[in-house]
Ligand binder design. Sequence first.
Ligand code: DGL
Length: 275
Amino acid sequence: MSPSLLPDAARVKHPIGVFDSGVGGLSILKALRAELPHEDFVYVADSGFAPYGERDEGFVVDRSRVITRHLLKQQQLAIKALVIACNTATAAAIHLLRQEHPDLPTIGVEPALKPAIALSHTRRIGVMATRGTLNSQKFKTLLAGLADQAQFICQPCDGLADAIERHDTEKISALCARYTQGIGRFGTQLGEVDTLVLGCTHYPFASQDLQALVGPRVRLLDNGEPVARQTRRMLPSLSSHAAPGQCQLLSTGDPATLQTAARRWLGLDVPCRVL
Ligand code: DGL
């Protein structure tokens, strides 16, 4: 019998693995579920070891390896693709993970500098990201290749991912104010920053604060949708199940944090297990 004639239950459904240092990668999972509604996902928040952004690269590489190995062993149902839903971990580890698991399609995220150039009229672009991302060789190479096309003002945002992780709304507002001030004057006139790149997957969850601070005409750019489209292109096979895909949530920290964030931001109400 050809696989397409098998009843749903008889077909093995390998999930797509997604991980981040914590809840930030839910911004990517949201876009993935919209783009690939019939796929199953297993999401790991490494909250017990977050934040990654102010740690050294070796630490982030080790954590990325541990999580990837775990996802490949999941209940004998190995993942069929891996999405590193974290700019910091992508910058530190994607090349190593691809070398170590050459058969696993691995998709990463990086700050959306190229799309920002296409959108910006003033050619002054703010980039908010973790210190780890901004200091990485991968980011420096990306920036150097585009430096003649726009002026990028890069702002390390220590503590912001952590505040979002803890849903500390006061601290989120205070840090967003401090870091947007650090970037300079926002607006659409010459000399003003008209595009703000959110180079950490946690930051879209602070976009209301950020938009209020920079004004309604400044574009905020994250990369959930492009990453979801790229994942579709790189998948070895699409799920042939007609039913909506399922999500599993795993956390190395407090499972309630991830469960609550998934309910709040994605309307996803599923239990979370400890990894
Ligand atoms: N969400 C992550 C990123 O995109 C990392 C945040 C952190 O753990 O510092 O870089």
